[in-house]
Design a protein around this ligand. Structure first.
Ligand SMILES: NC(=O)c1ccc[n+]([C@@H]2O[C@H](COP(=O)([O-])OP(=O)(O)OC[C@H]3O[C@@H](n4cnc5c(N)ncnc54)[C@H](O)[C@@H]3O)[C@@H](O)[C@H]2O)c1
Length: 430
């Protein structure tokens, strides 16, 4: 029996899961790939895909079909992915887009089904698709597993298997939620920045690494910060392309006053800037960047940085917004589909209670459309619907404040769908 059949038979046998994934919403027989769309960077289109024409074709063609791998995962993952799937369908249908969705196990549920956190079938299905939407993985049940049998290992394997080296994390302070920020209102208001983090290189992967003894016999632990030129070039291209689609400002963050890897980083990013005369490039040391993000975050549009600095700065930036349930992310590679996921985890404390905020996953679906498929109109439609839903005062518990209307995950999804529907006339007229 295939993993997928196993997964679906388990869904059939679980009433709570049936509720989350109605069987008639599952596509068990995907149609062939019909509309493979290149990733964000025209650099990669030209370099690896024989020219940048496919994307234009997708943007102008009347009807497009995409295969999307859905990885609901654990905890609140299935609840929020179910909402995002409906939202994709709704925005797609108003923009001439059809989606073939396939749900596959990953993380804890994959461990329970197959004994591994990332089954081969899940990875091969994800690789064949046009984009991958993930909920979240993890939970108390698997916390004490050995490292290779932890749900989190499945996520790392998925990222590596898809070769996604560029992690895009927007930090946007929604005007309606500005009071959720721990920063003063006048500092937080209007923040809209994007951190582009290198995801597969640098000190987290560099060799040599390990434990040893120094000349005095004391124990030492060591790691290596190393970047090859091509790794810097490709993340820089993604960052310039991203900045170009935003407000045209790119800040490259490094520690070039101390680290050789950062000196090379700065040299290569500066060289690539000549390909993007429309983007204003600046450089900043990471210690200063950490301060500036708190002092005056509005000065930033797009930030590009290495793996470890990006890990820290993207968490710092996201906390400016004050609401983990609102923050999406995209991870992109040179070839193959991108991986789109909320930044939050599986929230086992509220799983199955209809309390999760689905908007981070809904906004991840918008990123999937924009950065994964080049479907800007549909992406905007979703983002506008989220704004309208917030404007109407609907709030899940994590972003609730007095005077607002408290709703659950499902109702929040319904309200977003209504807002998408209300954009119908404009879309049809186009
Ligand atoms: N990418 C991922 O899948 C990912 C990321 C982080 C953590 N995890 C895993 O998730 C599990 C729980 O981790 P954690 O508790 O540290 O982080 P978490 O993000 O799951 O939860 C932190 C807090 O935020 C709340 N929260 C998170 N998302 C929310 C949402 N959409 N709506 C409302 N409230 C939300 C939770 O209820 C909790 O109180 C762990 O097993 C961890 O390994 C997975």
């Amino acid at each position: 029996m295939s993993i997928q059949s196993l997964y679906h038979s388990q869904i059939k046998n679980s009433s709570s899961l049936i509720q989350q994934f109605p069987m008639n919403s599952l596509q068990l027989n995907p149609t062939p790939l019909t509309a493979r769309i290149p990733l964000i960077s025209s650099y990669f289109q030209n370099k690896n895909r024989g020219g940048g024409t496919i994307r234009c074709a997708a943007a102008t063609a009347k009807a497009r079909t995409y295969n999307i791998t859905l990885l609901p995962g654990d905890g609140i993952g299935p609840e929020v992915v179910s909402v995002a799937k409906d939202v994709l369908d709704a925005a797609g249908s108003l923009n001439g887009i059809t989606f073939n969705f396939e749900e596959m196990p990953v993380g804890g549920n994959a461990l329970d089904l197959t004994g591994v956190p990332l089954p081969d079938e899940t990875l091969s299905n994800a690789k064949k698709s046009d984009a991958v939407l993930l909920g979240a993985i993890g939970g108390y049940k698997w916390d004490n597993n050995e490292k290779h049998l932890k749900p989190e290992t499945g996520l790392l394997q998925l990222r590596a298997g898809l070769g996604v080296f560029a992690n895009l994390r927007p930090a946007t302070v929604f005007p309606q939620l500005v009071d959720s920020s721990t920063l003063k209102k006048d500092v937080a208001e209007g923040v809209d920045l994007m951190v582009v983090r290198e995801l597969t290189g640098g000190i987290y992967f560099g060799k040599p690494r390990g434990f040893d003894q120094d000349e005095n016999g004391d124990e030492i632990g060591f790691n290596t910060e190393v970047y090859a030129g091509y790794e810097i070039d490709r993340i820089a291209h993604v960052a310039f392309e991203t900045a170009r689609k935003r407000r045209g400002k790119l800040c490259s963050v490094d520690k070039a006053n101390v680290l050789e890897a950062s000196m090379l980083w700065r040299k290569r990013v500066t060289k690539i800037a000549s390909d993007y005369p429309d983007v204003e490039l600046s450089h900043m040391y990471v210690d200063n960047a950490a301060m500036q993000l708190i002092r005056d975050p509005k000065q930033f549009d797009t930030i590009v940085t290495n793996n470890i600095f990006g890990d820290i700065l993207s968490d710092e930036a996201s906390m400016i917004t004050g609401s983990i349930g609102m923050l999406p992310s995209a991870s992109l590679g040179e070839l193959g589909p991108g991986l789109f996921e909320p930044i939050h985890g599986s929230a086992p404390d509220i799983a199955g209670q209809d309390k999760a905020n689905p908007l981070a996953t809904v906004l991840s679906a918008a990123m999937l459309l924009r950065y994964g498929l080049g479907e800007e109109d549909a992406a905007k439609m979703i983002e506008n619907a989220v704004l309208e839903t917030l404007n109407k005062g609907f709030r899940t518990g994590d972003i609730f404040s007095s005077g607002m209307k408290l709703v659950g995950c499902e109702e929040m999804g319904e309200q977003v769908l209504r807002s998408i529907d209300s954009q119908k006339p404009a879309a049809v007229a186009r």
